[in-house]
Design a protein around this ligand. Structure first.
Ligand SMILES: C[S@@+](CC[C@H](N)C(=O)[O-])C[C@H]1O[C@@H](n2cnc3c(N)ncnc32)[C@H](O)[C@@H]1O
Length: 398
């Protein structure tokens, strides 16, 4: 199959470079996907590729939010122009009349500012096209559509796409319960990339999160280390009812990912030196949730969760090094800033005293509390946790 499609993998602001590196690795690893023209854009990365490139992106990109298949770009400087542009797309090639659809609409710097109106105009254009041709139209289902269309109008120019991911990709499908304020899985993965966890791991290092909550960072680290595709537990994607979906190609992509994870998990179970990757928390419920999820994912022995206050935390083995990274409470959602001062001080002491030779990281949305760690940060990287600007602070622990 040739290089036919243009894709856009979206991500939270600040993650673009990490995501671009992920797409480059995908291109190098799966050459048959013919991924090319990788370009960083606004809140995402675009690339060219064949159909399996789209499937691979949905299954393997750890930091992406969605994967969009771009169908067309056109002028949308007025509602009429938007309607005409949408009408140029042959929807019966993408959507069966018996299926349902939804439209996600967003705009920036454009004449159409009202997203609900933009979505409505787009739905009308799609429905009218079916009515003219078949005297019938597919129904709209906002919550659970067979096919989700995405319209993004930037400076009056619309990009019209099919949302191949369907539900956002941070919904890995492995969580049944959550503790308080869990990180989104794709943000946790981005933090691990920024901390160079995988290179540290490949060089013999391990991982520990002393305030792990439901264990997102540890679980994402384990799945990276064991080559488990992040989307492997998802039963639903946005392309499964798309008319051009090729079941055979998707099945091959999934079978290959299952083979990779079997090899990775087996190797990890035999490796006593770097595993388990560890999470501690002083909340019994959070630890139980983390353990349950690990068990469901077949990560027993590969990860280890334990009820421990940070005052009792430390590496499980005396020798060794790795990445110690945590996301302590920072007042926005958990607790009051002044109560947290002593917690951040204890964290700094813990890093200094127990993790010599490791690289330490703190992810927080509070500049005031980050100063209480009492260590000089070598590097600060900005990420957004929803609307909150947060920093990942890196410390060398000599
Ligand atoms: C923001 S949450 C971490 C969320 C986690 N990254 C996740 O994705 O689920 C902060 C965690 O710090 C834990 N915590 C607070 N004080 C602690 C202490 N003194 N020792 C250990 N854990 C603590 C809380 O129980 C909470 O689970």
């Amino acid at each position: 199959m040739g290089t036919d499609f243009r894709y856009f993998a979206s991500a939270a602001k600040g993650i673009e470079s990490i995501l671009a590196t992920e797409v480059e690795s995908l291109a190098a690893r799966f050459e048959s996907a013919e991924i090319s023209r990788i370009e960083k854009g606004r809140a995402g990365v675009s690339f060219q590729g064949n159909l399996s490139a789209g499937y691979l992106a949905c299954l393997w990109l750890r930091t992406a939010s969605r994967v969009l298949l771009v169908l067309d770009q056109f002028d949308a400087s007025s509602p009429e122009a938007l309607y005409r542009g949408v009408q140029k797309i042959a929807f019966d090639q993408h959507l069966d009349i018996s299926e349902t659809f939804a439209v996600d609409f967003a705009s920036s710097g454009s004449a159409i500012t009202h997203t609900h109106f933009g979505a409505l105009k787009t739905k009308d254009a799609i429905a009218d096209q079916f009515m003219r041709k078949y005297k019938l139209r597919p129904d709209v289902d906002v919550k659970n559509p067979s096919v989700r269309f995405n319209v993004y109008v930037l400076n009056n120019r619309a990009t019209f796409s099919i949302d191949l991911s369907g539900a956002p990709l941070h919904e890995r499908g492995y969580r049944q319960k959550m503790s308080r304020a869990p990180l989104k899985e794709n943000l946790a993965a981005a933090l691990l990339f920024a901390a160079n966890f995988k290179s540290t791991f490949d060089a013999g290092g391990t991982f520990l999160d002393p305030m792990c909550g439901s264990g997102t960072l540890v679980l994402e680290a384990a799945r990276m280390a064991c080559d488990v595709a992040p989307g492997i537990d998802r039963s639903r994607f946005g392309f499964l009812k798309w008319k051009q979906h090729k079941r055979r190609i998707w099945d091959e992509v999934v079978a290959q990912a299952i083979a990779c994870s079997n090899v990775g998990l087996e190797r990890a179970r035999a490796d006593q030196a770097q595993f388990p990757l560890v999470g501690f928390d002083n909340d019994p419920e959070a630890v139980e949730i983390a353990r349950d999820t690990a068990a469901r994912l077949g990560l027993e022995g590969i990860v280890h969760f334990e009820l421990r206050d940070i005052n009792e935390a430390g590496p499980l083995r005396e020798s060794g090094n790795g990445v110690v990274l945590c996301n302590p409470p920072y007042g926005e959602r958990l607790g009051n800033e002044s109560d947290l001062v002593s917690l951040y001080r204890s964290l700094g002491d813990l890093y200094k005293q127990k993790f010599k030779g490791w690289r330490g990281f703190v992810f927080t949305g509070s500049p005031m509390l980050s100063k209480e760690v009492g260590l000089r940060a070598d590097r600060k990287t900005i990420f957004y946790n929803g609307p909150i600007e947060c920093k990942l602070l890196e410390y060398s622990l000599y």
